[in-house]
Design a protein around this ligand. Structure first.
Ligand code: ASP
Length: 336
């Protein structure tokens, strides 16, 4: 098997500098050494991005650079591993899941909490597991490997800034748990090929607004001026907002009238947004707000940017937001 490793940055290849951790390690030498001792993995090549970044600096243009690199190298490899910073790894994995519906080869993203130079680094385990996941032949789309778990690319979330098991899949089963032997789960992912040959990611003005006890209608309204393309409300529980705050629902209604897409996500890591289940969320349902259902926040954000990049607005945006594209929604409310 031919596996192309694409190195885009992140802690994994960082070294200590006077101004904190920054790219600079000999990742090529490290990887060569790692694979030379594991011939069963196959032929591994490395593509290093010219500018290695801390993934905190990633934008939708960086997601697109990964997608372009994958398409450019598609014929030369049977599968791909992407080395990426962990901070926005779940966003990138979700973004790639939506855009690569028609890619047809395994793509596994990973990173590490500690650089390769640290004695007790988790990089070895994560990279070897990623290579093995690709080589297994059991992954046919985008996945994320971290801390002995294999996640569907659009279902992972970084829950810990320090744990070697720093990612979770709050709403969907793991694809596999690594070990001796690996335990694979037969996960049926609700996928849709409607966006094959996806248009490139372009940045969009998407506002994310956390609701907190005491937030004023004026504050919400001010965040919505000038008008963004979309706002993701991080509401409470099943999608509830302080609807009794005078003027708050009106501020959202005016934004909807002006063409702003209003998406309702939850502050709960594990959530099933169900607008109108409580009176406190009913107004959002009446406004025609979009329910994030049980998508992770990272998937919700990446999907919003994806659909805007595909030119989806209004009813079409709402339809596709509420339809699973790559298994990011596991429990739909839409009747079939
Ligand atoms: N700040 C780093 C990054 O996301 C964190 C990491 O890789 O663990 O690039």
């Amino acid at each position: 098997m031919r596996i192309n490793v694409i190195y885009s940055g992140g802690t994994i290849g960082m070294i200590e500098t006077d101004t904190g951790l920054a790219p600079g390690a000999d990742l090529r030498g490290w990887l060569n050494d790692l694979v030379s001792r594991r011939p069963e993995i196959g032929d591994v090549t490395l593509t290093e991005f010219p500018t290695l970044i801390d993934s905190s600096n990633a934008t939708p243009a960086d997601w697109q650079a990964l997608i372009d690199a994958l398409w450019a190298a598609r014929a030369e490899a049977d599968g791909f591993v992407i080395l990426h910073g962990t901070d926005t790894l779940a966003y990138a994995a979700a973004a790639l899941s939506f855009a690569l519906a028609d890619f047809g080869k395994p793509v596994v993203l990973t990173g590490s909490q500690l650089p390769i130079g640290a004695l007790d680094t988790d990089a070895h385990a994560n990279v070897v597991d990623s290579l093995k996941a690709v080589a297994s032949g059991r992954i046919d789309s985008v996945a994320l490997v971290f801390g002995r778990s294999v996640f569907a690319g659009s279902c992972a979330s970084k829950w810990s800034s320090w744990s070697f098991e720093g990612f979770s899949s709050p709403n969907a089963p793991l694809l596999a748990t690594t070990g001796a032997p690996w335990q694979w789960n037969d996960v049926e992912r609700r996928r849709n090929n409607a966006f094959a040959q996806a248009k490139p990611y372009v940045a969009h003005d998407v506002v994310v607004l956390d609701l907190v006890p005491g937030i004023s209608a004026q504050r919400v309204d001010s965040v919505l001026h000038p008008r963004p393309a979309a706002v993701i409300l991080r509401a409470y529980g099943t999608g509830n907002i302080p609807a009794r705050e005078q003027g708050l629902v009106e501020a959202l209604a005016h934004a909807v009238d002006d063409g702003v897409e209003v998406i309702v996500s939850s502050q709960c890591t594990q959530a099933q947004v169900s607008l109108g289940y409580y009176e406190a969320g009913f107004a959002l349902a009446q406004l025609g707000a979009v329910s994030a259902q049980n998508m992770t926040f990272e998937a919700c954000y990446a999907k919003t940017v994806f659909l805007l990049s595909q030119g989806m607005r209004g009813e079409k945006f709402k339809y596709w937001m509420e339809e699973s594209l790559s298994g990011e929604i596991t429990n739909t409310l839409r009747s079939r």
